[in-house]
Design a protein around this ligand. Structure first.
Ligand code: FAD
Length: 594
């Protein structure tokens, strides 16, 4: 049986000690969310996830969602788990009060997303998608649509989907074929086939609200000619469901490597009635807006599955005995020592733990920046926008790559048991593998970072990042206990600046150079950001110890910071060499010999 203890203490530390969210809440008009309220919400959500979502996870994998005669049936325990969260009003946590929401700060979603993902990633996807659909409707749809759909979707009574991908158009959405024909009453008839659509058909809610990308007649070529439409499964009148089906049919679901509980559907629209959301031909812009939140939520998948895999493999390792400590037998009364005496076992476990906790800190920071972006003053908004723009592709790509590496290491550290279904860890490895693919592949995230985000506004985004980083290093320069973190951090920040200049200068003349180096550049960037997070966390722990607080939590954090700076950050040396070596060896290899 899989175990999971939501990392509540770590979130308390991050929210209150590292990022001081209560000060931010007061400044941004979230006064109702004081420390007690935030902590209570996190604890209650954690409890709900442990008691209802976690037990259903294995059903998602073994029973899966099944397809018969156009209908998708989820495992029975999914309904119990989903309904428990809907009845508690949890999905509307960050929604507007007028739609039944609490208007809670957005950073709270990080903890909620992570606990949900660790407990049942397949089920968590529908909640994350529905939140994105709610945001699109409430921010960009006409009032009539807001009145009909926003509250139902906010509360999770109706679910939402994102319909972008078509059989011939995945990354390259500019070539989609789905069409929208304007009607005299202001609606549109949508026709086309979408594939790979998550939870496009299911039995968890009475209606499903699809956000569909399609092209209007005579629209411009490419992504500038795509519009966004709201297309419900059932048409509704004044928010009440009518049984009138809307020409939306599911013709099958995919067999997949993992995430069996989350149905991946082929969805056909046959003159389905829909309504434009936002302006004509602005569909991609709106989708990208929604994706800031979705990409952070996807990054949380790497962290959530890395965490639950770590907890379960650690539990197993604590009981496993093999071999003897190389420095001499540890446990004379047993035939073998615990495998935790072996440096290589510790290397694997601690690497996972350090990457999980560093990525969690980065995700939390991005969560708070989304609040600054939403409610900050004009200066705060500019700063937050620059940072969110840079850090979103990093958290999406780096945290999900690390999630794959972490779940793989968690199998490895368990030996053969890790490969066996009985212990549950192999499911996390299979489930997390989608995260680097969807919401824009990690390759595309890296191109976005290297090709657009760092060059945008003549490098202004990067300057917004360098200020707090260099300021932090300067502030801590004279602290003897901090120098083992700030010195390597400084070297890597300088390295990042040099690599960025190289990417821009070489990339301008030769886009293949930039594209060939983008993934390694993103990993270098990601590691440097985690180094910043680890140095920040170490600073808080050192200050607490100086103030006389004796707490093993701080001791463990500082020891883990040492793991990060000695075991993980040095990877940047190799990554820098790869960025510098560019693209020639890749592009000169003859295609016919591939
Ligand atoms: C389980 C699952 C659930 C999904 N859920 C949804 C959903 O709910 N809604 C939805 O709309 N879609 C969904 N998708 C689709 C998903 O977003 C796409 O699979 C993803 O965007 C990649 O598109 P593709 O599969 O067509 O790959 P392709 O676009 O064919 O890419 C293949 C490879 O080529 C690379 N590549 C492509 N173009 C470029 C380029 N210009 N430069 C460099 N490299 C490039 C990619 O990085 C990738 O490695 C889902 C997919 C899966 C498997």
């Amino acid at each position: 049986m899989v175990q999971y203890n939501p990392p509540i203490r770590d979130y308390n530390f991050l929210l209150h000690e590292v990022f001081n969210v209560i000060e931010m809440n007061q400044r941004l008009g979230y006064e109702g969310f004081d420390r007690d309220t935030i902590d209570m919400m996190i604890e209650e959500w954690a409890d709900l996830m442990q008691t209802t979502w976690l037990p259903s996870n294995v059903d998602g994998d073994r029973i899966g969602s099944t397809f018969t005669n156009g209908k998708v049936t989820t495992p029975p325990s999914f309904k119990t788990a989903w309904n428990a969260a809907v009845e508690g009003g949890w999905f509307a946590t960050v929604a507007k009060a007028e739609h039944g929401g609490l208007e809670a700060p957005l950073f709270l979603r990080n903890a909620m997303d992570e606990f949900a993902i660790s407990s049942n990633m397949a089920l968590s996807t529908i909640g994350a998608l529905s939140l994105g659909v709610y945001e699109l409707i409430s921010e960009h749809a006409e009032q009539k649509l807001i009145d009909m759909y926003a509250e139902k979707v906010a509360l999770g009574e109706w679910c939402g989907t994102m319909c972008l991908t078509e059989p011939h158009a995945g990354t390259d959405l500019g070539i989609i074929n789905s069409k929208a024909e304007p009607q005299n009453d202001g609606s549109y008839k949508i026709s086309g086939t979408k594939i790979f659509i998550t939870f496009a058909e299911h039995d968890l809610s009475e209606n499903i609200v699809h956000m569909v990308l399609a092209k209007l007649p005579n629209s411009p070529e490419g992504t500038h000619g795509i519009s966004l439409f709201l297309v419900p499964k059932y048409l509704s009148q004044d928010g009440l469901l009518s049984e009138q089906v809307n020409g939306v049919t599911c013709s099958g679901i995919e067999e997949k490597m993992g995430l069996h509980g989350s149905p991946t559907c082929v969805l056909n629209f046959d003159e389905s009635i829909g309504w434009l959301v936002g302006e004509e031909n602005c569909g991609m812009k709106l989708m990208f807006e929604m994706m800031n939140r979705e990409r952070l939520a996807t990054g949380m998948m790497g962290i959530g599955l890395g965490e639950v895999a770590y907890q379960n493999s650690l539990q197993w390792c604590k009981e496993r005995r093999q071999g003897r400590d190389l420095k001499g037998t540890k446990d004379m009364h047993e035939s073998a020592d615990s495998i935790l005496v072996h440096p290589d076992v510790r290397r694997m476990l601690l690497k996972v733990k350090a990457n999980n906790e560093g990525s969690r800190a980065l995700g939390t920071w991005v969560g708070t920046l989304l609040d600054e972006l939403k409610r900050g003053d004009s200066e705060g908004k500019v700063h937050a926008e620059a940072l969110v723009s840079l850090l979103t592709p990093i958290i999406k790509a780096h945290a999900t790559d690390l999630g794959c590496e972490s779940t793989s290491l968690c199998i490895q550290v368990m030996g053969g048991a890790g490969y066996c279904t009985e212990y549950g860890v192999e499911q996390f490895y299979r489930d997390v593998r989608i995260a680097p693919i969807w919401e824009g592949t990690n390759g595309i995230q890296s191109l976005d970072l290297a090709g657009r985000k760092i060059t945008k506004n003549f490098g202004k985004n990067l300057r917004h990042l360098m200020w707090p980083l260099l300021e932090f290093i300067e502030e801590n320069r004279d602290d003897a206990r901090m120098s083992k973190y700030t010195k390597p951090l400084y070297q890597n920040v300088k390295g990042l600046q040099q690599l960025t200049l190289l990417m821009i200068s070489e990339g301008m003349g030769n886009p293949h150079f930039l594209a060939g180096s983008a993934t390694d550049y993103t990993s270098y960037f990601g590691n440097t950001m985690l180094a910043f997070m680890w140095a920040k966390m170490a600073g808080v722990c050192i200050e607490a110890q100086k103030a006389g607080v004796q707490d093993d939590f701080y001791k463990a954090k500082l020891a883990l910071a040492d793991v990060f700076f000695n075991e993980i950050l040095p990877d940047n040396i190799g990554l820098a060499a790869k960025v510098q070596s560019g693209h020639k060896h890749l592009m000169e290899y003859p295609e016919v010999l591939l």
